[in-house]
Design a protein around this ligand. Sequence first.
Ligand code: SF4
Ligand code: SF4
Length: 249
Amino acid sequence: MSIWTYRGLRGGVKTVGWPLDEVPGMKGLPVPNVDRCPEGCDRCARSCPTEAITIDEGAVELDHGACIDCNLCVEECPFEVLTRPTSLTRANSDRDALRRSYNVEPAPPTLQPTKGQRRLRKSLFVRHIDCGSCNGCESEIAALDNPYYNLHRFGVFFTPSPRFADVLLVTGPVTSPMYDPLVSTYEAMPEPKYVIATGVCAISGGTNGGGYNAHRGLGGVVPVDLWLPGCPPHPAVIADALLALVGRA
Ligand code: SF4
Ligand code: SF4
């Protein structure tokens, strides 16, 4: 037996258990604690580089679909209105559900697309397409195949061909050169097919969306089934969204 095999066996199983609601040391996206804001304060909104926080006649809203996870709003608020829980910020079928009002408890995430779920029950083939990402999202997607997350154990596989794909995992704000390749890839997939907008760039454009050569994410380009927040999204959140499609989230 080679020394590497021996060391591997001696190390034991490294794959993490599932489901994974909390990751040690991980901070989720900011969430507001209701009823703590003093009147007239807008420090969090002024600190946000992506205008993810809006204040309209005293009603404050934080959009996880636009939050790049910079933590500036949390640092700027002296009243500790915003905190970052260790629980994962999950994907949602409803884009509007990613908008967190400061004064209303959030609805639980809807993660159960219904079309063709019976067909998808055995395994899932995923086509990833990079539509102008910074590669942060790709780094987290690549982690899914390592021994720690070991996505293969759930029967989820990446494929280079849209003809074999059930799911289109899209990253980036959709730059103009990637518009046609994205639409062609979507059209080449067989039914039923799902689209996951992966990361804040794919949801709302992030910091580069809306420029002279980029769209503001997938909205209006191809139909989206799941909106997956984060910049980048945690690998566990990506796995959670993929397993939602086979009814195992
Ligand atoms: S953590 Fe998100 S909401 Fe807060 S300032 Fe940064 S981008 Fe804006
Ligand atoms: S969501 Fe964040 S990590 Fe992902 S491509 Fe955009 S900027 Fe990069």
